[in-house]
Design a protein around this ligand. Structure first.
Ligand code: FES
Length: 125
């Protein structure tokens, strides 16, 4: 894997590439699958080494300048690639990054570990 570090003003998916599962390097496998899947999407991908949620692999974060950041766990390459893409698209479309709960894919309702406000306050909500 030769990670390309890139970010997007609309949405960046940060993937913990050091998450492990009983099957091995689950985080790196998830990153590789997302890299292939996001080729034609306007969503950036960024590998990170540990998001400090190691007991809930795999862990990703959705982030962008001026938006709330969400950390989500319990994701896998086998079950959640399309959930992550859908969540990232909806996050990209939300000016403040706040996607209504009912519009999130199920794993992004159940698996949210934290949400952190943008450093620069937004005028919405
Ligand atoms: S190893 Fe993935 S969150 Fe720590």
């Amino acid at each position: 894997m030769t990670p390309k570090v890139q970010t997007s003003p609309a949405a960046t998916v940060l993937v913990c590439i050091t998450c492990k599962s009983e099957l091995g390097s689950a985080g790196a496998a998830l990153y590789d699958a997302l890299e292939a899947r996001l080729v034609d999407e306007d969503i950036a991908l960024c590998p990170v080494e540990c998001l400090s949620v190691c007991k809930r692999p795999c862990t990703v974060a959705l982030a962008a300048p001026g938006k709330w950041t969400y950390v989500v766990g319990d994701l896998s390459r086998e079950d959640n690639i399309e959930d992550i893409v859908t969540a990232a698209r909806r996050y990209a479309a939300a000016p403040d990054g706040l996607v209504p709960w009912r519009e999130r894919p199920l794993p992004f309702r159940k698996g949210v570990i934290s949400r952190t406000p943008p450093l620069v306050p937004t005028l919405t909500r």
